[in-house]
Write a protein that binds this ligand. Sequence first.
Ligand code: NI
Length: 244
Amino acid sequence: MGKRIRQAKLYILATALLLLAEQPVLWDLYRPAAAPAGASLPAGPFVALTFDDGPKAETTSRLLDGLSQRGVRCTFFVLGLQVEGNEDLLRRMANEGHQIGMHTAHHKALAGLGPADLSAEVDQLRLTLTALLGPEDYMLRPPYGMISHAVETQAAAPLILWSVDPEDWSDHDAARIAAHIVDNAKDGDIILLHDIYDASVDAALEAVDGLMSKGYTFVTVEELFALRGVTPENGKVYRRLPST
Ligand code: NI
């Protein structure tokens, strides 16, 4: 999808969501008389699910199946070393409306790297993704959340951290991970998971069901920016995007 079309679609989506979320009276005026029973309207609060370290064929495919069944879009911060052999999986992510971001080529801690190594980790992955998926403003999630002045000035991407971290790698306990997310998520949160573990996929889908039943709508990180009227800036760190 071309950048301009994508931006236009984001704008339309954001406008529609804002109208529905913040102006229920207006929405009531325009509600079709014969709205299908049980149709769910997009409404706040909003959260963004993000997945690092993939893609991985079995687990990421199963996650995409579950998200598709639920009509949920999320954000994948992928590793360059995971791209080869998973090209179709990455195309599927993009085709199904998920956002794809960068998690570096080799999962190195960027904070200790000089300019050439930093470029090899970030710019090379950007080139790989651009060749596969087309030019986009690929956001960056630095491994371990480690950021330095060099990263801020050279990465040429918004730096996306997180505000809810169930530490899904620590015990692979899907029920605990899902409960942590459902209990802690607030409007505007960015939730950190890893799509390389079966338990994390189970937890993600359970948390989606739990939060949707509490009225939450899941959006990609860039959709969350658009909803909040915030333009992502290169080199700036974002942990969550609450409503103002
Ligand atoms: Ni990671």
